[in-house]
Design a protein around this ligand. Structure first.
Ligand code: SF4
Ligand code: SF4
Length: 179
């Protein structure tokens, strides 16, 4: 089985952010009303946070998957790979720098991400590539380009056994209420 990286199989890698600041671009920071895909006004790219002692709780508690998981070597460091790996309750998220939306398609990333999709299919773990608000669901057979997905929308998969055969978007409120 291909090991799908997660916080659970982390072995406390001896890694540091160093010159990387990519999460300060690709992640939304609610407390700062900072959207996805735009540099935080407090970030000095490649240098660090200008308000580090007072940074929001969201920033204090965040660690990307590369930072905490020894399965991911230096090639996967976000400042080099140009994407940040995170997890959600559904699976793995590959959050691309909008300046490099196809970074994940390069090797060794493409093959490994495909293997995560293969493994994820049998373990109900999704693999989603996110660039700004655009999302692509990666499955073993194909990519489902979902276009722009708003914060009030959820991805709904149609399954044939464990295989994803179609994907639609639904209102979050409908999914949560089961309608
Ligand atoms: S993306 Fe990861 S390695 Fe880069 S600054 Fe953020 S937490 Fe550190
Ligand atoms: S407040 Fe600091 S740590 Fe948080 S996103 Fe902005 S620059 Fe990054």
């Amino acid at each position: 089985m291909v090991a799908v990286p997660s916080a659970d199989n982390a072995v406390t890698a001896n890694k540091t952010c160093g010159e990387c600041t990519l999460c300060c671009k690709v992640m939304a920071i609610e407390q700062l009303a900072k959207p996805v895909g735009a540099w935080c006004p407090h970030c000095r790219p490649g240098r660090g946070c200008q308000i580090y002692p007072e940074r929001p709780a969201e920033c204090r508690t965040f660690s990307c998957l590369w930072l905490v998981n020894d399965l991911l070597d230096q090639r996967w460091k976000p400042s080099k790979s140009r994407f940040v790996l995170t997890t959600s309750e559904d699976g793995i998220e590959v959050r691309c720098d909008p300046g490099f939306p196809d970074a994940w398609r390069k090797e060794p990333f493409r093959s490994e991400i495909h293997e995560w999709a293969v493994s994820g299919e049998t373990h109900d773990v999704t693999v989603v590539v996110i660039t700004g608000q655009r999302m692509i669901l990666v499955t073993p057979d194909r990519e489902f380009d979902l276009g722009i997905v708003g914060p009030d929308q959820r991805i709904v998969r149609e399954l044939d056994g464990t295989r994803v055969v179609d994907v639609t978007l639904a209102k979050a409120s409908d999914v949560e209420s089961g309608t």
